[in-house]
Design a protein around this ligand. Structure first.
Ligand SMILES: *Cc1c(COP(=O)(O)O)cnc(C)c1O
Length: 458
């Protein structure tokens, strides 16, 4: 299998190079040259076995089949639930797929526990090292750190805005005691952190010197690993199912679309959003226009530009890289994305519906689910279950539970009066020693720090 850029101006790569590159050199995102059809998963297979089978057409010969299966086994052994992603019924037709049983309590672990191991495997074979640099407002940083903490060929530096993450989120990053893990509290905002990372990547000399790499959600391997739970969950129920997905960067729901494209029994998708509703407006009215990001109770969905949408746009314009690049350039200049009506009919209507759930409705939903079935759900998950209840009453719908309620205890307590407890492995999180380096939002200071910790140099 070869992978091509959505902007059509970069060479095609095999799986391992796609994994290590993240973003294509023309600024595009890698997609497979074709969508393989999946085998129907065997009921006898466990999650890790199914994962290896679903991913093997993409990985091809780049990684030996047994090595892939054993990496899946190791990755999913870190989950606290033996089913990895258990499906729980909450009403006649309503189900919740719990994706938060990994080490950092958010669904990003499902992909990043595996991606860390894939990186280390490929790097070891090539006798190479890399330095991962990333910015986080919360969930991605801790999941990325946990995914690579045991990797001998990867150093990771995560920048976060000092004083602007929750205490649980910060401690999940700063208490990891591993020689290759470095967290930096930056005196600035999340945007400052992101700009610093972008500036480092924009410097070709530095990029080559430190072998800089990224693990953000545009990496193809992350999307690929997320296809798996759509396959297991849709096959667990009878008849084509619907999914309701709390959406930010569109990576998660795109993985569902790929599962359906590859033959999984899925009818359609509900894209749930909070007040940051650019995707809802697009799906309902064809209007993709940028607004201001407003902070909400579901911060991992506080996004205006959903980077992974580019992969669907590429399909919508007939897999034409130049046309994709042109439309995106227009979007950047005018703040509006133009998509022809015929493409809306073919690709959006009938496949995606959307619903916006504001903070007040999110709290009402957390409280309702708790009153009706005794289950505590986090605010991201609540946007999905609220949307599912609003839009579907006659067919099975699976809402994705993307975070553990204890990751957002304030909102859950506000809605239910109950403060959810951290699961066993994290009960002493608040007592563990933190390792923090604090630096100004200054490119030279950050670059010097990264150079001083990276084992790529020297
Ligand atoms: C990252 C995240 C999301 C958004 O997922 P996308 O793939 O960016 O759409 C939703 N919920 C939680 C808890 C997350 O961490």
């Amino acid at each position: 299998m070869r992978f091509r850029s959505t902007r059509g101006a970069a060479p095609e790569l095999g799986f391992s190079d796609t994994l290590l590159s993240g973003l294509a050199p023309d600024g595009g995102l890698y997609v497979p040259e074709r969508w393989p059809m999946l085998d129907v998963p065997s009921a006898a297979d466990d999650y890790a076995t199914t994962a290896a089978k679903v991913m093997s057409p993409y990985v091809g010969d780049d990684i030996d089949g047994e090595a892939l299966t054993s990496m899946c086994r190791e990755a999913y052994a870190t989950f606290r639930h033996p089913a990895v992603a258990p499906l729980v019924q909450i009403d006649d037709h309503q189900w919740v797929l719990e994706l938060f049983h990994g080490p950092t309590l958010a669904f990003k672990d499902v992909a990043l526990q595996l991606v860390g191991r894939l990186f280390d495997h490929v790097l070891a074979e090539r006798s190479e090292r890399i330095t991962i640099v990333g910015a986080t407002s919360g969930d991605t940083g801790s999941a990325a750190i946990d995914g690579v903490r045991h990797c001998s060929n990867v150093d990771i530096v995560i920048l976060y805005p000092q004083g602007r993450t929750s205490e649980v989120q910060r401690r999940q990053m700063t208490t990891v005691d591993a020689p290759n893990v470095h967290t930096v509290a930056v005196d600035g905002t999340f945007d400052d952190c992101q700009d610093l990372v972008k500036a480092m990547f924009a410097d070709p000399v530095l990029r080559a010197e430190l072998k800089l790499s990224a693990v953000n959600s545009i990496n193809w391997a992350r999307v690929m690993a997320q296809v798996v739970y759509y396959v297991t969950a849709s096959n667990a129920l009878s008849g084509p199912v619907r999914f309701s997905v709390p959406t930010g960067n569109f990576g998660n729901v795109l993985a569902g679309w790929i599962a359906r494209r590859s033959g999984a029994p899925i009818r359609d998708f509900i894209v749930s959003s909070n007040a940051n509703d650019i995707l809802t407006r697009f799906i309902e009215h064809g209007d993709m226009s940028m607004g201001e990001v407003v902070p909400t109770l579901s911060p991992s969905m506080d996004i205006q530009v959903s980077s992974n949408f580019e992969r669907l746009l590429f399909e919508m314009v007939g897999r034409d890289g130049a046309a994709t690049a042109e439309r995106l350039a227009g979007f950047r200049d005018s703040g509006r994305l133009d998509v022809p009506e015929s493409a809306m009919d073919e690709w959006i209507r009938g496949s995606f519906r959307a619903f916006r759930v504001d903070d007040a409705a999110t709290l009402t939903e957390i409280s309702r689910v708790h009153a009706e079935c005794g289950m505590l759900i986090d605010p991201h998950t609540a946007t999905a279950t609220a949307a599912a209840r609003e839009l579907v009453d006659d067919a099975d719908v699976i809402s994705l539970a993307t975070a553990h309620p204890a990751k957002f205890p304030d909102a859950v307590e506000q809605a239910t009066g109950i403060r959810p407890e951290l699961p066993g492995a994290l009960v002493d999180l608040m007592d563990r020693p933190e390792r923090i380096v604090r630096l100004p939002a200054d490119l030279a200071a950050i670059t010097d720090f990264v150079r001083s910790v990276s084992r790529v140099v020297g």
